[in-house]
Design a protein around this ligand. Sequence first.
Ligand SMILES: NC(=O)c1ccc[n+]([C@@H]2O[C@H](COP(=O)([O-])OP(=O)(O)OC[C@H]3O[C@@H](n4cnc5c(N)ncnc54)[C@H](O)[C@@H]3O)[C@@H](O)[C@H]2O)c1
Length: 347
Amino acid sequence: MFVDYTFSTTLTLEQMYSVHVGQGLSCEWISFRGSKMSLPRALLEQLWSLFLLLWYCLEAVILACIPRSMRKRKSVVGEIVLVTGAGSGIGRLLAQGFGQLGATIVLWDVNQAGNEETADQIRENGGKAYEYTVDVSNSEKVYEAALKVKQDVGDVTILVNNAGIVTGKSFLDCPDHMIKKTMDVNINAHFWTLKAFLPSMIAKDKGHIVNIASLAGLFGMNKLVDYTTSKFAAVGLHDALHYELVFSGKAGVKTTVVCPFFIDTGMFSGVKIKDPLLTLPLLKPSYVVRNVIDSVLLEEQMCVLPRHIFLGVLLKYWLPEKATLHIFRRLGFDECMSSFVGRGKRD
Ligand SMILES: NC(=O)c1ccc[n+]([C@@H]2O[C@H](COP(=O)([O-])OP(=O)(O)OC[C@H]3O[C@@H](n4cnc5c(N)ncnc54)[C@H](O)[C@@H]3O)[C@@H](O)[C@H]2O)c1
């Protein structure tokens, strides 16, 4: 079959890419949305685009070489930070940490006693704290409480979606109501809090959304099917929201998603790690919170903990399935949930 590619610097791009096939057929195989661009101009744009791509990669490599301690951090003095699930674990420590940095803290939790305890601790250390008993899985309660926060404290400028629950059973043993609850607390609640607090951030083109997901938002885990699903959704929400904000000209509203391995808070009480030397030890809550706050102050997009595990995320999509399964077994992921107790039985 005879194909004639017509190249001429005087032709428009659409003409240039017209493929004239023998037997009188002609097909336009690339559309340039009707733009009339000369060949030198198009080549120049391609080169510029390639240069920008390389420049952004180089910039990232240079940034990665600068020690984190030397990088510029933003201040949160006077910011209004709302933490969901502030009555225990990571939420409590994050609330205390941001309080120590001079932010006003709004604490939400369904556990009234735990939430009040966190608020008292912040106030004892000279910080400002306002606690509210809220079930974040209930959209109406979230909107009601958000209105109260606006009246009592002001516009929330940093939102930390942290509240979370886990069932910890094989998929077919998960009762329907627990699957629904897991999705309601771990992901649907993010929609309600975002709807309540994002508009004022967008109006000012300033703010920060922090979603506490999990490493289970990047890797599937057995006996954590419902939890993993909710955490993958939290990572997806973060990703899509980030692009929506940037592409609508609201890049001043920052987003950070946090994906930690198991943390020693009690939520995953009983989880057995095969060999802490060979595999990953449970993370210390203080290490996690220090790194999360650091990522927020540095306005990082993603905080995977421990940091080196990010390599595993890249490998997962490159390695063959059998190799991935082998690594998962070697790390003890196949059995780690078999001794899970969680908060349900312990507390
Ligand atoms: N602990 C881990 O190993 C681990 C690992 C990765 C990610 N995470 C995530 O980190 C976050 C914090 O976990 P944690 O270890 O501190 O757990 P935690 O159980 O100590 O704290 C969770 C808090 O959320 C609150 N909460 C639960 N349901 C709620 C609701 N409907 N409304 C309001 N508050 C509610 C609880 O009362 C509790 O205070 C969770 O999102 C969890 O999924 C935990």
